[in-house]
Each structure stands twice: as structure tokens, then as C-alpha cells.
Ligand binder design. Structure first.
Ligand SMILES: Nc1ncnc2c1ncn2[C@@H]1O[C@H](COP(=O)(O)OP(=O)(O)OP(=O)(O)O)[C@@H](O)[C@H]1O
Length: 765
């Protein structure tokens, strides 16, 4: 019987079907034949990677071959497993025996590595027939997995296997940031939490002993002068204290570990979601506001591993101690419980007004953070325009508002505290007084010892009871913090870069058909039924007045905005269908103002892309015309650039940005006003390299300056979001009035000479 994996219907065809045509002879092999139906880029991927890619796809995860790292020519099981793990999957590289393979009946495909460098996918097994079902990574889509016995497999299999599946945390990575998600996160730590609970329970039990011993001491030892009982009790107390100390230490250690792990997971989650937020979000929200909201995550973590955990542990103590209190004296125990209930009622009564005031604190703090963030980001403008007094006034105002809101909250929050404190005292002192009264009327003589014991226990109970009541109050604050963090993290993300979308091989042909697009919140469309084609490998210019939609065209091409109507196709594939990360890896973009990160020039050009070296950086710098000025710098490619690159001129910055865009040899290079802010000399240097840069790729140049576009194969003229004309420079001069007008405006100094402006136009080489 063929044991097809349980969710066989959900498997991609490439796994479900196909045969290991060469399982016995040439399994996998170093065959680079096209995978039918698979992405074109798989053609260049070796069989071991292909097998892992397919196994990952079975679990709904699309791995990126560009992220695979291996120190050896033939990927090892460990490399492959690490690749899957880096993409957030659970994966293990294992060395297993045949008998183990027979147990893989419905766990999804397992990748088996073959001794010739190939690989196969184990899709099922039959223990009765002593066979496994195997399929090559290169198998045709509609082929069947073939049955292979132990002897045949042993001829080709190294014994290494890679197991992988989607992890819970991976599923959780897309989950919204809610209290439920946080609870799930905590539940993943169930084992250490269980240990903490056991330690706490034991500690609680141990805390019962001293009061009980005191009770015995008073009732028995003091009354009957029993020295032997005293010695025994002392020994017990010593052992209990030693245990208590050790267990307390262990508990704190485990709490620390759980706290650190939760912290790490939260931080990873927050940053990965932040990176996946669409650009739109960042354009609409000040950086300071976003950072303030995200900082709330740390309050949530403090609550989870601090107050919540300790209250949970206190609850264990309560559960152990309360019955003992009732056992010692029910009347006194009821007094304690009644006090606890009153404390809870007081806190509940204040919840709603506290929530309202806290909301005001949150709003005021958000505005405050936005003001400081904006000032730091725009400090150049603040200084240049001498806006310090205005910014200071704004800051003063925001600080005052936040202070007022905090004061109002603090004043109200102190009321429950004021009301709860006497009740807390009453809980301890009241029980003492009532206990003393009861002891006076007690004739057995045992009441005194019980009273001592009760006093000791009630002190330990009062704290958790109050803590429990306060937890409700703290939860309000944390609830607000979750809301704040969620207001950033729970926005719709860009399409999942790992798992969704096609990865076609990009050639560089672009087609806009009847495309209309409006920014959110605007009435007039930024692009209005535009249609034009950009042939692969051509140089394409876009001109138009300010606000005509030039940059929007470039944004849509980068997949920044995807909610347009009509079609935008890249090499015949709808852009919305293309995996976002794959798309952006095929694009190079240089903007008017490019951000260079803190680090060396080399690091900035390589931009952290793994596997690239100094010689790659030098090649890109040469192409961008940057190598000459880099080599003149004191430390060459190791010259350190500060954030925002104050030690570079505008032209140098732009050339570095172009080098950075060229480093991965993009199929399409977009220059969006990349040379507009440059002085004529720098522009001439950059433009002089454009022809070289353009070779072998599609180049889209958005520019105000018509002079920099004259060499383009086609120039698109835009006006108010519409396409006015598309033609080469000379033709546009003839037939497009707007183009002619813009050209005349920009080249008045040429004296009616229709040729190229002598001073501005760079000679392209
Ligand atoms: N993020 C945005 N949100 C809302 N509206 C926008 C946004 N970006 C641009 N717009 C609007 O869309 C229209 C086209 O803008 P776009 O930036 O594409 O024009 P442009 O031709 O590149 O202008 P410029 O040459 O001045 O850069 C403009 O009316 C602009 O106000």
C-alpha cells in the first residue's frame, strides 16, 4: 500500500507526482534540466537545493535560493537544514537508518542526499512491503514516486537526510499582535514554565512548615518543655531553609531564562513585521510615533515576565496557603478572604476612569515622541532655517501636555492605593486582634500557637491577594500598550516576501496597460489609464511637470503600491503575481536623495549582500564612475561613512548609490531624479557612465531635465497622470507641444539653437 502523506491533496504537484527515474542508477545527479512547472530560476539550482525547495513548498514555504550559503561545492545536509531554518522553518540534518525511513509515512517529504551530489524526496513508505517511495527533485510533474527497496537505495544514499516542516513560530510570524498571540508565545515556553510552577509549588509547601513548626513550638515545646522536640524542629527548620534557598535560586534562574527567550522572540517578531510594513505606512506616520508605539512592546514583555508571572506564582502560593489557613482557623481565614474581596472591588471600581486617563497619557506621549523624532530627522532643515525656537516651543508644549496627562493619571491612580493600604493592614493587624480575642476566650491553650502560625501565614497571603487585585489594574496599562504596539504591527503587511508569488527569470520588458492608480485619501488619480511599453534592454526616459505622476510609475514598478486597476506586466507576468523580494532583487533603484548607512564605503556598496566581495564592490564602483574618488580617499574602500554621509559630496553620494544599485546586476535600473540635485559637473560624470551602465539591462530614467534624456530610445511625456506621448527626443520635439515647451524653457540660453545645450548636456560615452 502506498502511504501518501496525509495532506496529499495540498501537496504541490511536483512532489505528489513524478518518479525517481534514476533512483537506482543516477539519482538526482547534477542534472540542471528545467523543472517542469517550476520557476525558471530553478534551472540553475543544484539537485539538493531543488529537493529542499520542493519539500519546503509542500509545507507552504518558498525558500529563496539566493539565501543559501555553503562553504563546500556540494551542499551538505547541515547547510541545507540551516537554509530552511533561516527561513523560519523547523529543520534537522540527520543521519538515519533504513528502518527509520520506513516510519516516515505521513510526515511530508524528507530529503535524502545521494552520494553523487544528487538528492531525492522520500514521499512515503510501506513497512509491510519494506519499501519507500522516492521521487527525484528533477522528476516530471505528472510522474509517480517509485518504490525503492533497501538494497537499491543503499547503492546511492549516503544515509544523510534533511527533515523540515513549517514551525508554529513561522505560522505565528504572520499572526496579528494580540494578547492571544502573546499568550501563545508564552505557552511555547511550557516546559520551563512547568518547572517554575513545580518550584513555586514546592516553595509554597515549604513556607507552610515554619508557621506549623512555630505552632508546635508554642503549643508543645513551651507547654511541656520537650527538648527533644525542639531539636527535631530545629533540624527540620534548617533543612527547610536550605531547600527554600536553593529552590528560590533555581526559580529565579528559570524565570530569567524564560524572560530572555520571550524578549528575543518578541524583538525578532516586532522587527520582522516592521520591515514588512508597506512604505505607505512610513510615509504617513512620523518615525518618532512609530518608535514610541513599538517601545511599548518592552512594557508588555516586562508585564509578561514580571508582574504576570509573579502573580501566577503567587496564585500557587495562595492555593496552597489558603486551605492551611482555613485548617488553622476558619474565622480568621474568612477575615483575610473578605479583605481580599474588598481590595478587588475597589480596584475594579477605578478601572474605567483610569483607562480613560491612561488613554490621554498615551496620546500625549505619542505626540511628544513624534515631535522629537521629526526634529532629529529634519535637524538639517531646522538648523538651516533657524527653526530651533519654534521646535523648542513645540517640544515644550508637548512635554507640558504629556506631563499634565501623567499627573492626572497619577492622581487618580493613587486613590485605589490609598484605599487599599488600610485594608491591607487590616488584613494582618485585624486578624491579629481578632485572633488575640479568640485566644483569650480559648481554654484549650492551643490557640496561642495557632495565632502565631496564622500571623506568619497571613503575611504571606496578603501580598499575593493584593498583587492579584493590582494585576487587573496593570493589565489595563498593558492592554493599552498592546493596543499601541498593535496599531503599528497589525497593519496590513506587504505580501509575504518568503512564501508568496512567482519567481520568473526577469528579462526587463515592462508593459503598462490601461492602468489607473490613486493614493489613499486622494480624489484625483495619480495615474489615469496609462498605457505604454518598455522593451527589454532599452533606455526609457520619463518627463513631465511636477506632480504629473513620474515617480508614481517608478513606485508601482517596485511593487510599493499594488492596489491599482489595469495591468502592469513584467516580461508578460502580472507584477502582482511576482514574489516581492524576487522582484526587488531584479531591480536597482537610485533616488534623488539616497540614504547611506553607517559603515565603510565597501559595506555600503555591497549593502550587506552575503557572498559579495571587495572586487564586486570595485566593479560596481567602476561602472558607476565612483572608483576614481574612492581611491583618492585616505582609506579607499575602507573609508568610514557616518549615518547620512556628511563626509561625502552630493555627486559622490549619488555615484555610490548607483554603485550600490548596480552591485547585484539588476535587470531593470530605475533612476528617479537621480541626477537632478547634482551640480552640472557631477551630473556630467554620472551621465557619462549611463551608456555603460545601461548595457544589458532596461534603464528607466525619471528626470525633470530633458537634456539628460536625449539619448533615450523612448521618452514618455506625462501630464496630470496621463500619457501625453511616447517617442524619441527628436520626434517629441517635432510633435509634442508640452515637450517642446519644456525643452525651450530649459534651453533658453541656447539662442534658438535646437541642438544640445553645450554647457549642461554631458557627452555619453
Ligand atoms: N505618498 C503619496 N500620498 C498621496 N499622494 C501622493 C503621494 N505621492 C505622490 N502623490 C500625489 O500623486 C501625484 C503624482 O505624484 P508623483 O510624485 O508621481 O509626481 P512626479 O511627477 O514624480 O512629481 P515630481 O517631479 O515633483 O517628483 C501628485 O499629485 C502627488 O501629490
Amino acid at each position: 500500500m502506498v502511504n501518501v502523506p496525509a495532506n496529499a491533496e495540498n501537496q504541490p504537484d511536483s512532489i505528489r507526482a513524478g518518479a525517481v527515474e534514476a533512483a537506482a542508477g543516477q539519482p538526482g545527479g547534477q542534472n540542471t534540466a528545467r523543472v517542469p512547472g517550476g520557476p525558471a530560476e530553478l534551472d540553475q539550482v543544484g539537485p539538493r537545493l531543488k529537493a529542499v525547495l520542493q519539500a519546503a513548498r509542500y509545507h507552504g514555504v518558498e525558500l529563496d535560493p539566493a539565501e543559501f550559503r555553503s562553504a563546500t561545492a556540494v551542499p551538505t545536509a547541515a547547510d541545507l537544514s540551516e537554509w530552511a531554518q533561516n527561513a523560519g522553518m523547523w529543520s534537522r540534518a540527520v543521519r538515519i537508518r533504513w528502518s527509520h525511513l520506513l516510519r516516515f509515512q505521513d510526515a511530508g517529504p524528507v530529503v535524502l542526499l545521494f552520494s553523487d551530489g544528487g538528492a531525492g524526496l522520500l514521499t512515503g513508505a510501506s513497512a509491510e512491503r519494506n519499501i519507500v517511495f522516492l521521487k527525484s527533485a528533477d522528476a516530471p510533474e505528472d510522474g509517480e514516486a517509485i518504490a525503492v527497496d533497501e538494497l537499491r537505495l543503499s547503492q546511492v544514499w549516503t544515509g544523510d537526510a534533511v527533515m523540515l516542516r513549517a514551525t508554529r513560530s513561522q505560522v505565528a510570524a504572520d499572526a496579528p499582535f494580540t494578547l492571544h498571540w502573546l499568550t501563545q508565545l508564552v505557552r511555547l515556553e511550557s516546559r520551563p514554565l512547568r518547572d517554575i510552577a513545580i518550584a513555586s509549588f514546592t516553595l509554597s509547601v515549604l513556607t507552610i512548615l515554619p508557621p506549623l513548626i512555630v505552632m508546635t513550638l508554642v503549643n508543645k515545646v513551651l507547654q511541656f518543655n520537650s527538648i527533644s522536640t525542639l531539636v527535631l524542629l530545629s533540624a527540620i527548620i534548617a533543612v527547610v531553609f536550605a531547600y527554600e534557598t536553593l529552590l528560590g535560586h533555581a526559580r529565579r534562574l528559570i524565570i530569567n531564562v524564560v524572560g530572555a527567550r520571550l524578549d528575543t522572540k518578541l524583538q525578532l517578531h516586532v522587527f520582522s513585521r516592521l520591515l514588512r510594513l508597506p512604505l505607505d505606512y512610513f510615509e504617513r506616520h512620523p518615525a518618532g510615533e512609530t518608535m514610541y508605539h513599538l517601545a511599548q512592546v518592552y512594557r508588555i514583555r516586562e508585564f509578561l515576565t514580571g508582574k504576570l508571572l509573579s502573580t501566577f506564582l503567587d496564585l500557587i502560593t495562595l492555593c496552597v496557603l489558603l486551605p492551611v489557613m482555613f485548617y488553622i482557623n476558619a474565622t480568621l481565614a474568612w477575615v483575610v478572604v473578605a479583605c481580599g474581596v474588598v481590595i478587588l472591588l475597589i480596584i475594579l471600581a477605578f478601572l474605567k476612569p483610569l483607562r480613560r486617563r491612561y488613554q490621554r497619557v498615551v496620546e500625549a506621549e505619542t505626540w511628544k515622541s513624534a515631535a522629537i523624532g521629526e526634529t532629529v530627522v529634519g535637524i538639517k532643515t531646522v538648523k538651516a532655517l533657524g527653526l530651533e525656537p519654534q521646535r523648542k516651543a513645540l517640544w515644550d508644549e508637548r512635554v507640558a501636555e504629556a506631563g499634565k496627562a501623567r499627573l492626572a493619571f497619577g492622581q487618580l491612580a493613587s486613590w485605589p492605593q490609598t484605599l487599599v493600604t488600610p485594608i491591607e493592614r487590616l488584613m494582618v493587624l485585624g486578624t491579629m486582634l481578632i485572633g488575640a480575642y479568640l485566644a483569650m476566650n480559648d481554654r484549650s491553650g492551643y490557640m496561642v500557637g495557632s495565632l502565631f502560625a496564622f500571623m506568619m501565614i497571613s503575611q504571606r497571603v496578603a501580598q499575593p491577594l493584593v498583587g492579584l487585585a493590582r494585576l487587573v489594574e496593570d493589565y489595563e496599562e498593558v492592554g493599552a500598550a498592546i493596543g499601541e504596539a498593535a496599531s503599528v504591527l497589525n497593519r496590513p503587511l506587504e505580501a509575504s516576501s518568503n512564501s508568496i508569488g512567482l519567481r520568473p527569470k526577469l528579462v526587463g520588458e515592462v508593459k503598462f496597460s490601461d492602468l489607473t492608480f490613486s493614493y489613499i485619501g486622494t480624489k484625483t488619480p495619480a495615474l489615469d489609464r496609462i498605457s505604454f511599453d518598455i522593451p527589454a534592454g532599452s533606455m526609457f526616459g520619463i518627463v513631465g511637470r511636477s506632480g504629473s505622476g513620474k515617480s508614481t510609475v517608478a513606485r508601482l514598478l517596485q511593487g510599493i503600491n499594488r492596489d491599482y486597476s489595469g495591468f502592469l506586466k513584467l516580461d508578460g507576468v502580472d507584477l502582482k503575481e511576482i514574489n516581492l523580494r524576487h522582484l526587488r532583487q531584479g531591480l536597482g533603484v537610485v533616488l534623488q536623495d539616497n540614504f547611506l548607512f553607517r559603515g565603510s564605503i565597501r559595506d555600503n556598496i555591497i549593502a550587506g549582500r552575503p557572498g559579495l566581495t571587495l572586487s564586486d564592490a570595485m566593479r560596481a564602483a567602476h561602472l558607476a564612475g565612483a572608483q576614481e574618488f574612492i581611491e583618492r580617499m585616505p582609506n579607499g574602500y575602507d573609508t568610514y561613512i557616518e549615518e547620512g554621509s556628511p563626509n561625502l559630496s552630493g555627486g559622490q553620494k549619488q555615484r555610490l548609490a548607483i554603485a550600490r544599485a548596480l552591485i547585484h546586476d539588476p535587470t531593470i535600473l530605475i533612476l528617479d531624479e537621480a541626477t537632478s540635485a547634482l551640480d552640472p559637473e557631477s551630473e556630467a560624470i554620472v551621465s557619462a557612465n549611463l551608456m555603460r551602465i545601461a548595457t544589458g539591462r532596461t534603464m528607466i530614467i525619471v528626470s525633470h531635465r530633458l537634456a539628460s534624456l536625449t539619448e533615450c530610445d523612448q521618452i514618455l511625456v506625462m501630464e496630470q497622470g496621463k500619457v501625453l506621448d511616447v517617442a524619441p527626443h527628436a520626434v517629441l520635439l517635432e510633435r509634442c507641444p508640452l515637450y517642446r515647451q519644456l525643452w525651450a524653457q530649459q534651453n533658453r540660453h541656447l539662442d534658438g539653437h535646437q541642438g544640445r545645450p553645450v554647457a549642461v548636456l554631458p557627452r555619453l560615452v
